[in-house]
Write a protein that binds this ligand. Sequence first.
Ligand code: HEM
Length: 303
Amino acid sequence: MGIARIGASIIQIPMLWNLHPASRKYNKFVQNFNLAIQRVIARYEEVSGFEEKISKDNENDDSNDSMLALMSNAGFSREVIADEIKTMLGAGYETTSTTVELLLVMLALYPKYQNECRQEVDAIFNNDIKCPSGKLTLETLSEMKHLERCLFETMRMYPAGPIVGRKLETALKINNELEIPVGTTVGIPIVLLHRCPKNFPEPDQFQPDRFLAENCIKRHPIRTCRFQRVLGVALVPEIRFLFLAMKLAIMEAKTLVAYILREFEVETSDKIEDVTHIPSITVQLERGYYFRFKKRMDVPAGV
Ligand code: HEM
């Protein structure tokens, strides 16, 4: 619905949009979304009030680590908390979950890389000093370099945000032949930059070693717009938040996949092209990939 509105300039005018049949559906959706979030916050307040009373002495209570707890302890108002949740869900949920799913597909299709990642993950889990209670930490996550390279290569091939838009503040000249005037909104197709052989030779091959430090320095960073590292900063300095979002998404993806690799061998009967990737504001998968998770028998119990 939102996309339909972006695509048709006439219904950008609020009065006309309100007459459009899609606006009713859209408003209903927004209303339900807001209601669901209010319910989550109310439920949290109910549960945390209750837990506070019964577990005052329990300092290790995990409920105090939740983002809701952190925000509420920092004195954020209900409205601000609701806005933050909307951002997390709207911008951070589908992008990250699609990326994790695609990373798992790539690891299933390339067992060599899956094994390398598993060895790395095992070395961390098996180290009692680094991972005393079987829980990963920020530090241990940053040691997962193989997994990180596989994640970045997946994001190069399948950027979950395939295109970004910018309004030109100065005219843009292309090859001295074409001038795009100030005020034009241009779309920057990240997915094409990432598949251009000038930027990434053999672009359709899954080659995580492209992200080895020695290979990264040979490339201009704008060639990998995983998260608009450069675009976000150079063109829109106010979007510093993206850097936090980038770190969060990388941590989430690595955490989830590390725990999966620790417990399972991952296989798929699909090929990557068996599922259509529908480009929208974010990439959506037409259906989920089929996975087979084979429980590992060589992992010490209870870890
Ligand atoms: C793999 C995961 C993710 C990918 C591929 C991704 C990609 C993107 C892209 C392409 C944009 C547009 C940036 C631009 O126009 O310069 C964007 C914007 C944004 N992302 Fe993400 N993102 C991811 C995860 C997250 C997470 C986890 C959060 C927050 C929890 C987040 C929050 C945001 C916000 C707040 C914006 C700005 C939205 C706006 O301008 O209205 N993203 N992201």
